[in-house]
Design a protein around this ligand. Structure first.
Ligand SMILES: NC(=O)c1ccc[n+]([C@@H]2O[C@H](COP(=O)([O-])OP(=O)(O)OC[C@H]3O[C@@H](n4cnc5c(N)ncnc54)[C@H](O)[C@@H]3O)[C@@H](O)[C@H]2O)c1
Length: 364
């Protein structure tokens, strides 16, 4: 079993990675002496695909449990869905001694984490990510949230889990589209970690698309180690943690402008291309590196297609994004791999050109 420690002061936790790890969940909960009243928020699709293993776990578990099924969709990452979770927690008589399990992708983890952090002023919470994206990114670091009024993740909390348990067996049922989405966030790390990671990824992308077991688990571990270190250094996103938003100012706005018809991970791939373009346009990134870096996200071009888009609308949505203050949009841009600039302001005309150019690569 692989183990990464996230040593946040006052809230240390482990991220465990192994195939079939879920089968040991009962032992893990009991040995940690965690609460035994389980409120399980589970992605409906995951329950359908992995029913036997989930039911085996709950029927053997020596405590109370309730299964709350959640249909994962950005439009359900909402107050209405959170309301249903609070209502079930109350009607099923769960109290402060509850352990919430979030079993699913990033949407399930984000909303369940938000409810866990606010119900009864905070209950114990374990993340069990079942998508590649959630395994390498969203389940780590304690950002929880819901979408509101055309703004992604605008309502939320920082709330660290008791632990993150990654059973790579769950990933086997992922459709190719979701693997590509997970790779989207992994590409972000390629620009953050180091040249070696970038080259390894570029030369082995097909292994990741096929979810080659040992390569995938190595990549998961490296991404988690990197994110964990960043979160430990800057839990509440004072400055350093902002580098993890590379490509995301564009991505969130594209998702909203496209009415969530494009999935988050794919929007991140397009957003990274827009961020590279803006970095080049503002002469932060030199031409030779730009051309080298661009090759990586463009390897996934055949998996993504955008029909029509309205660059002005995307720009308006960006202005509303929570990362902007005083109406100025702050960008995360790249000088070279591992050399990231945060809080960069840019001319509207240059941003609009980067939106046109960046999304243009993926136009049908
Ligand atoms: N909190 C953070 O730090 C953070 C970081 C990155 C992204 N996010 C958020 O994560 C969300 C995206 O996460 P996601 O891509 O995992 O989306 P998701 O949760 O919607 O999962 C994607 C799809 O895969 C299905 N699925 C899940 N597990 C499966 C499995 N094992 N087999 C088959 N199908 C499965 C789901 O039903 C869904 O249709 C976005 O809302 C984004 O904002 C949060």
């Amino acid at each position: 079993m692989k183990k990464v420690e996230v040593n946040i002061p006052g809230k240390n936790y482990s991220v465990l990675i192994e195939q079939h790890l879920f089968d040991r969940l009962e032992k893990i909960i009991l040995s940690k002496k965690s609460n035994k009243n389980l409120f399980i928020v589970i992605d409906k699709k995951v329950l359908e695909l992995h029913r036997t293993k989930i039911i085996r776990f709950v029927s053997n578990f020596p405590g109370k449990y309730f299964i709350h099924e959640f249909v994962s969709d950005e439009s359900n990452k909402s107050f209405t869905s959170a309301d249903k979770m609070y209502s079930n927690l109350i009607s099923q008589k769960f109290g402060r001694d509850t352990l919430m399990l979030a079993i699913g992708g990033g949407i399930t983890g984000d909303i369940a984490g938000f409810v866990a952090s606010t119900f009864a002023r905070g209950i114990q919470f374990i993340q069990i990510p079942t998508t590649l994206l959630a395994a390498i990114d969203s389940s780590i670091g304690g950002k929880t949230g819901i979408n509101f009024s055309e703004t992604k993740n605008i309502i939320g909390t920082f709330y660290q889990p008791e632990m993150v348990l990654i059973d790579t067996g769950f990933l086997k049922t992922l459709p190719e589209e979701e693997i590509i989405c997970g790779i989207g966030e992994i590409l972000k790390y390629a620009f953050l970690i180091d040249q070696k990671f970038f080259v390894t990824l570029r030369n082995n992308l097909s292994k990741l698309i096929k979810l080659d077991a040992s390569f995938t688990s190595k990549i998961i571990e490296l991404c988690i180690q990197f994110k964990g270190d960043i979160v430990v250094a800057d839990e509440k996103e004072g400055s350093l943690r902002k580098i993890l938003n590379l490509g995301h100012t564009f991505a969130h706005a594209i998702e909203i402008e496209q009415n969530y018809k494009i999935k988050h991970g794919k929007a991140v791939i397009i957003g990274l291309v827009c961020a590279l373009d803006l970095s080049r346009r503002m002469e932060i990134l030199d031409k030779k590196l730009f051309e080298e870096y661009l090759q990586l996200p463009l390897l996934l071009r055949n998996f993504i297609s955008i029909d029509n888009f309205d660059a002005d609308h995307i720009y308006e949505v960006m202005k509303r994004d929570k990362k902007g203050n005083n109406n100025s949009i702050k960008f995360v841009l790249i000088n070279s791999i591992g050399e990231i600039l945060v809080d960069v302001e840019a001319e509207e005309s240059e941003v609009l050109q980067s939106i046109q150019q960046g999304i243009g690569y993926f136009k049908k």
